[in-house]
Design a protein around this ligand. Sequence first.
Ligand SMILES: [Zn+2]
Length: 149
Amino acid sequence: MKDLVEVRKTVDKGLGIFAIRDIKKDEVVTEFTGPVVTIPDLDCYPAEVVNHLFNIGVDKYIMAREPAVRTNHSCEPNAGIVGDVLLVAMKDIKAGEEVTFDYSTIIADAWVLECACGSDLCRRSIGKYVDLPEEVKQRYLGYTPDWII
Ligand SMILES: [Zn+2]
């Protein structure tokens, strides 16, 4: 498939992915592809790799390639995960806009990241999917991977 985003520098969050053309709601933006690993494998890899893993199942991680691996988190995202590995637009996205999804929709483990995404809806922390407020889960309905629901 053709990626609808490319990797660019963000103002304050390092790299991110940006729409290369207008994207319609429900279009596939990009796909997470790469080697799939499980937790026992992780010791063999450098931190730079481990820090950029994405969950695609319970105890299943993907070492995604660019551009998908550069997708940033937002508490008010414009995209979400469909199936296990497709990043899909939750709304119309303009060319040049950064594309984000909510990392909590793929977090099953007990770890928490601080969040400073800048959204009015920012939860200040990125934690497990099960701990998301019910109204947030509702907002992501249809854009949350099957394995975590
Ligand atoms: Zn946030």
